[in-house]
Design a protein around this ligand. Structure first.
Ligand SMILES: Cc1ncc(COP(=O)(O)O)c(C=O)c1O
Length: 389
């Protein structure tokens, strides 16, 4: 990583554990052929890595369906959320979501609404960044097909009470989709206990895999329809797409190298223990927040280091805009952050930063205390410069 302090793990985790690089390289050199497309040893081996990864992820997320083929692979969380939303809604349906959503939920909802296919309502969040499950219940109507909720905010790190919302969806017979882009791998997810029907995740953030791989864990009570059809490598004589999982929601050659990397990321998490990883991230997060809190003109939007928050912290500095801060951190201090609206414009509107956004620090398992020390030194310098302007 050179001398860079990388604090943009909310965008994508970096670096990856060494085992992830090794797994991808080894896989692609030895088994980089198309699984399911032939009976050759390498193809069988590639197919078995796919199967094992489906099994491991299905159990990691406690999908109540034991059929691990219901763990389907996609390109990323955006692809997963499109698969869930477009796969479930029908003309005339209503969807309930929240103002904390990423554009990967907001844009599909707006697109479908603009085409006259659905209507939707967005639940607001309170001053601490939490939505009230009672507000979700109040917005459900007879024609509500789906509730889709951001599990962990990519702007302020708040983790929503998914279990309470899941219980409401169960009671009202509404499909519950969760955007776990920011939580899969760093917040425990139990689909059965939380009442989640569709869990959309990405491989390249806290699951520590590479970019280009994501997935959906499809619960036993829902069957999204695909909007993509094509080759599956099996039953080629059939001219319509297969109904069976995983083919139902997968078409074309999968990102097998990405899956091998994702599997290694998951194995690393299980070996270290998610609790240990989270405790480390929370310690760094607490150190960062404490160090930032008494700097002049500095406002922290991401809240405390506890189990209702991931290690995503947004800040602004009076007198210096976020873009300039991000640039100065990068150019003068080799510190990588993310500035602006982070693809979640309504979340920013809600915290009062809708125009310029924030500077977002997001901590990953491979960050060290020295990274936080560097941020604090740099922000101390910038905050004094901003006050003097
Ligand atoms: C909350 C949230 N949802 C969805 C996404 C989209 O993830 P991907 O880039 O894997 O499509 C992100 C990415 O930043 C996110 O933070």
């Amino acid at each position: 990583m050179g001398d860079m302090a990388y604090l943009d793990n909310g965008a994508t985790s970096f670096p990856k554990p060494e085992s992830v690089y090794v797994a991808m390289d080894t896989f692609y050199r030895h088994h980089g052929v198309n699984p399911g497309r032939s009976g050759a040893d390498a193809a069988m081996e590639a197919g078995s890595i796919l199967d094992e990864t489906r099994k491991e992820l299905n159990s990691f997320f406690a999908n109540p369906s034991p059929d691990y083929n219901r763990l389907i692979f996609t390109a990323n969380a955006t692809d997963s959320l499109n698969t869930c939303i477009q796969g479930m809604v029908r003309p005339g349906d209503h969807v309930v979501s929240t103002r904390l959503e990423h554009n990967s939920v907001l844009r599909p909802l707006h697109e479908l609404a603009n085409r006259g296919i659905i209507t939707f309502d967005l639940v607001p969040f309170d001053g601490d960044g939490f939505i009230d499950p009672a507000d979700v219940a109040a917005m459900i109507r007879p024609e509500t097909r789906m509730v889709v909720v951001n599990h962990g905010s990519n702007v302020i790190g708040t983790v929503q009470d998914i279990t309470a919302i899941g219980a409401i969806c169960r009671e009202r017979g509404v499909t519950f989709t969760v955007d776990a882009a920011q939580t899969a791998g760093c917040v425990p997810i139990d689909m059965a206990a939380m009442g989640i029907d569709l869990l959309a995740f990405t491989g390249h953030k806290s699951l520590l895999g590479p970019v280009g791989i994501g997935g959906v864990a499809v619960g036993p009570d829902v069957d999204p329809v695909s909007f993509r059809w094509g080759g599956t490598g099996v039953r080629s004589a059939q001219l319509t797409h297969l109904e069976q999982y995983p083919y139902r929601l997968e078409a074309g050659t999968l990102n097998t190298m990405g899956i091998a990397g994702l599997r290694a990321g998951l194995q690393w998490i299980l070996e270290q223990g998610m609790d240990t990883i989270v405790a480390h991230e929370q310690d760094l997060s607490a150190k960062l927040c404490t160090g930032l809190s008494d700097m002049p003109g500095l406002k922290i939007y991401g809240a405390p280091a506890d189990d209702r928050h991931t290690s995503v912290i947004s800040v602004t500095l009076e007198g210096m805009n976020p873009e300039e801060i991000g640039m100065r951190l990068d150019i003068d201090h080799d510190i990588i952050t993310r500035t602006g609206l982070q693809c979640a414009p309504l979340a920013h509107e809600g915290i009062g930063t809708g125009k310029l956004g924030t500077v977002r620090f997001s901590i990953g398992p491979l960050n060290q205390e020295s990274d936080i020390d560097r941020v604090l030194t740099a922000m101390h310098e910038l905050s004094h410069e901003a006050v003097a302007r």
